[in-house]
Design a protein around this ligand. Structure first.
Ligand SMILES: Cc1ncc(COP(=O)(O)OP(=O)(O)O)c(N)n1
Ligand SMILES: Cc1nc(C(=O)O)sc1CCOP(=O)(O)O
Ligand SMILES: [Mg+2]
Length: 212
């Protein structure tokens, strides 16, 4: 368990939080104005992950965007990523003290109340709840949580930043944000769009309208 750093400022997450499978996607969308992005690489060597994370940090820093690395907590420390995102199994393996010492922010996945209790024990910088809607990305044992569950998470975690994930689309965005999500994590919607750049711009316009 890692103690909270009382000097650590709470994070403010951008309302739109795209997740990408590789550096090519990341470079493409950061140039469009994305301010928070997750690099979620599956099935690559550690060397390739380090290399892509370094390249991701170069491009995100140049564009005033924050980088979240998924899963690879040791690579996050080695490269100086802004955040690490940890699932519940990742959480058991990660060295949270080392992450804190390195100044890396920590986001944690939750899918039920037990997982939320576990997540809160490590004083995360944000909590993610999913899948809010059915997702086509991966098979998951949880039924869609829905907006009521998002409201419940909001009431349970107070001011801690809350990320919604799973099946989100621009049509569903305002509902999820009004239910309490500070930031919406999205993959399939823009990756499978006929014009991904246009879809990213649509999301960014929604985020800008949401902020104002
Ligand atoms: C913002 C956000 N929320 C949830 C997840 C899922 O993390 P995890 O449960 O570890 O599953 P994988 O993404 O590693 O397959 C996430 N990546 N990001
Ligand atoms: C990777 C992932 N984790 C989830 C969780 O609930 O923890 S849902 C999910 C996929 C979300 O992406 P899409 O926008 O493609 O549905
Ligand atoms: Mg994971």
């Amino acid at each position: 368990m890692s103690e909270p750093d009382l000097n650590r400022m709470p994070v403010k997450l951008a309302p739109f939080y795209p997740i990408v499978p590789d550096i090519g996607w990341l470079e493409r969308i950061v140039q469009l104005g994305v301010k928070l992005v997750q690099l979620r690489i599956k099935d690559a060597t550690r060397g390739a992950i380090v290399d892509q994370t370094r390249r991701a940090l170069d491009v995100t820093k140049a564009h005033g965007c924050q980088l979240v690395l998924n899963d690879y907590w040791d690579v996050a420390i080695e490269t100086g990523a802004d955040f690490i995102h940890l699932g519940q199994e990742d959480l058991q393996a990660a060295d949270l003290v080392a992450l804190r010492k390195a100044g890396i922010r920590v986001g944690v996945s939750t899918h039920d109340e037990t997982e939320l209790e576990t997540a809160l024990l490590v004083y995360p910088d944000y909590v993610a709840l999913g899948p809010i809607y059915r997702t086509k990305l991966k098979i998951m044992p949880w039924a869609p949580q829905g907006l009521e569950r998002l409201k419940l998470w909001r009431s349970k975690i107070g001011a801690l930043p809350l990320v919604a994930i799973g099946g989100l689309t621009p049509d569903r965005a305002t509902g999820a944000a009004d239910a309490g999500a500070d930031s919406l994590a999205v993959i399939t919607d823009f990756v499978t769009a006929s014009d991904p750049d246009a879809r990213i711009r649509e999301w960014l316009k929604w985020a800008a309208d949401r902020r104002s």
